[in-house]
Design a binder for this molecule. Structure first.
Ligand SMILES: Cc1ncc(COP(=O)(O)O)c(C=O)c1O
Length: 399
């Protein structure tokens, strides 16, 4: 044992010695290779990590998780750094300020007195909206819950509710791949515990007509709570008009959840929020950590990003430019697509979607595959122009 220890030490010191004698370039290449490997692992989408590790080519374009590659905004980054020095504290202040900012923005006036002052009771913060979807899935899915939603839709809340024994009733999308609100309204029954609407919908990228959805929410929420997942609402032409957040202020039993992971580019910083009636917030907050999972630098950055409307416009513009390029790529190859108001797009394939996904991955481009309505589909996230060019190159070899 001591021999092997000595040998290891000898190897270590001779490497250092070699570096000192002018072999530092070899060492730095090794370092660069090692850090590249770490980076490949860090940036690999979790579902493709295994493939990457088993010898797939390096990922050139990661366009599978609907992230926003144009941010976070400069102001958000400055705020994040500015909060680091005081982050040895639990950081109540920035989270309280963020809750209040949201309450003011959405005109939510209900408060309760706590030992730290007044607190809005219609706002709940989470480290990303997944935490909030999880809290809702427990609150409305346990003890014989039954969720009603469109299909296909975003499955996070539904899958978790199902794992607790909840049932799931579905209504297909219309022929234009939007929510069929009439059929959904007719399908609501006394044994449903929650109606889940993802608007804009993932994976289709379509948005409901705001007047129709508002009328639906007003009617249905008299019978059952309506949960609107607005993860992509910031990408719509007029988020205020398309959002159902105003119905919370009007007192309807509507639960609106939003995330900073998309337009604000906070997927790694983890910020989400829910707006709902105080009773609904109380019911769900039993299953969340009351903003305790959010770091104070992330909350400070969220405040800055929320106010930075210039950045939001910039990110939307960049998204549109890349999306236009994608549309041209698809139409030039005689492919159809579902018009999307979001930072991703779904298009029908003429071959097996899983095979297509793997063939794209072999060329270093990660996308998502879907299969519904007797059709195979590919979902592409809108990346930088360079990402979209990599997509086009790989796609044109398969199209
Ligand atoms: C519709 C929808 N809701 C919620 C989420 C969860 O996002 P996050 O947990 O990053 O806020 C996603 C993520 O892609 C999504 O597509």
């Amino acid at each position: 044992m001591s021999t092997s220890m000595n040998r290891r030490n000898w190897l270590k010191s001779s490497a250092l010695f070699a570096g000192g004698l002018g072999f530092s370039s070899t060492l730095s290449i090794n370092y660069a290779q090692a850090s590249q490997q770490v980076a490949a692992r860090l940036y690999a989408p979790y579902d493709d990590e295994e493939a990457l590790l088993s010898g797939m080519p390096k990922l050139k374009a990661r366009i599978s998780s609907n992230e926003n590659p144009f941010g976070p905004s400069k102001k958000a980054k400055e705020a994040l750094m500015g909060e680091i020095d005081t982050s040895f504290r639990y950081g109540r202040e920035s989270k309280t300020e963020f809750s209040q900012l949201l309450a003011d923005q959405f005109e939510l006036t209900e408060t309760e007195e706590t030992r730290w002052g007044n607190r809005p009771t219609q706002v709940m913060l989470g480290a990303g909206s997944t935490e909030l979807l999880l809290a809702a899935s427990i609150a409305y899915g346990q003890n014989g819950g039954k969720i009603l939603s469109a299909e296909p839709t975003y499955m996070s809340l539904i899958r978790r509710a199902q794992s607790l024994g909840a049932e799931w009733d579905t209504v297909p999308l219309t022929k234009d791949y939007v929510h069929d609100l009439d059929r959904l309204a007719n399908a609501v029954s006394s044994d449903h515990s929650l109606v889940y609407i993802c608007n804009p919908n993932n994976p289709t990228g379509t948005v409901c007509d705001p007047d129709e959805l508002r009328a639906f929410c007003k009617e249905v929420s008299k019978k059952k709570p309506v949960f609107i997942d607005e993860a992509y609402i910031d990408y719509t032409a007029d988020p205020k008009k398309y959002s159902m957040a105003d119905l919370v202020a009007e007192g309807y039993d509507v639960i609106v959840t939003r995330t900073f992971s998309k337009l604000h580019a906070f997927a790694g910083l983890r910020i989400g929020y829910t707006l709902a009636q105080p009773e609904a917030i109380e019911k769900m907050s039993k299953y969340s950590n009351s903003a305790g999972n959010i770091s104070s630098p992330s909350a400070a950055a969220a405040i800055a990003s929320f106010k930075d409307t210039a950045y939001q416009e910039y990110a939307k513009e960049m998204n549109q430019k890349s999306k236009d390029f994608l549309i041209k790529t698809l139409t030039d190859a005689n492919y159809d697509y579902i018009p999307s108001v979001t930072n991703f797009m779904l298009f029908p394939l003429q071959s097996n979607s899983e095979q297509f996904r793997q063939d794209m991955l072999k060329q270093g481009v990660s996308v998502r595959s879907w299969s519904f309505s007797d059709q195979e589909w590919c979902r592409v996230s809108i990346g930088t122009m360079e990402d979209m060019q990599y997509f086009a190159e790989a796609f044109n070899k398969l199209a």
